[in-house]
Design a protein around this ligand. Structure first.
Ligand SMILES: [Zn+2]
Length: 200
């Protein structure tokens, strides 16, 4: 089983807005972009495999995702040295947009580093291909995945609530509402699904 894009991406968004945006969620555009970019190559991979090549769903996640070319493409966007280099260049140029963007990418990759077990990215490319198998997985029940999922949902609900009430501008409040609504739908769907499993 591979990384499931879309499940934990909202958690990256609210966490990065909180930490890098210092609770005010500003500047929200580069922070949002930086929180999304490390997960985008997975969506690109999915779009190419499913949409262009017509690969079967199960084959994508059990086989194609692990192909060395796709792995390199995905891991490049999760590489801490490359992100640090990007931040350094942005710092030298004094770019007010790219500095928080690379910081946000770095926080995303750093958070992923802590909560991926078998599906860990190579976070130190191109220096080394070493993967850290964290004892905690953001999804795998064999590695505290259920506990983590609960904590993640709590983080999303509390911080989107915070942004809805205190977000410095309308876009941040809107973003908070969108993430909260999507998460509520996800939880409702999961509850119905689990109940069905229990009955069946
Ligand atoms: Zn990620």
């Amino acid at each position: 089983m591979a990384d499931a894009p879309g499940v934990n991406t909202p958690a990256h968004v609210v966490l990065n807005l909180l930490v890098i945006g210092r609770g005010r969620g500003q500047p929200w555009v580069p922070i949002l972009a930086g929180a999304l970019i490390p997960d985008l190559p997975i969506l690109v991979m999915y779009a190419v495999e499913r949409g262009l090549l017509g690969t079967a769903e199960t084959l994508i996640w059990q086989d194609r995702y692990f192909a060395s070319g796709w792995q390199l493409f995905i891991d490049a966007f999760n590489s801490l040295p490359l992100i640090a280099l990007g931040w350094l260049l942005a710092y030298w140029h004094g770019s007010r947009f790219l500095q928080p963007l690379f910081l946000s990418m770095g926080l995303h990759a750093g958070a992923d580093f802590l909560v991926h077990n078998e599906d860990a990215h190579r976070h130190f490319l191109p220096i080394t291909g070493w993967r850290f198998s964290s004892p905690v997985s953001y999804w795998d029940p064999r590695h505290f995945g259920q506990v983590f999922l609960g904590a993640e949902m709590l983080l999303i609900v509390l911080s989107s609530g915070h942004f809805i009430r205190r977000g410095q501008d309308r876009a941040v409040r809107f973003l908070g509402s969108g993430i909260l609504a999507a998460t509520a739908l996800f939880i409702a769907f999961a509850l119905v699904f689990w109940r069905r499993l229990g009955e069946g």
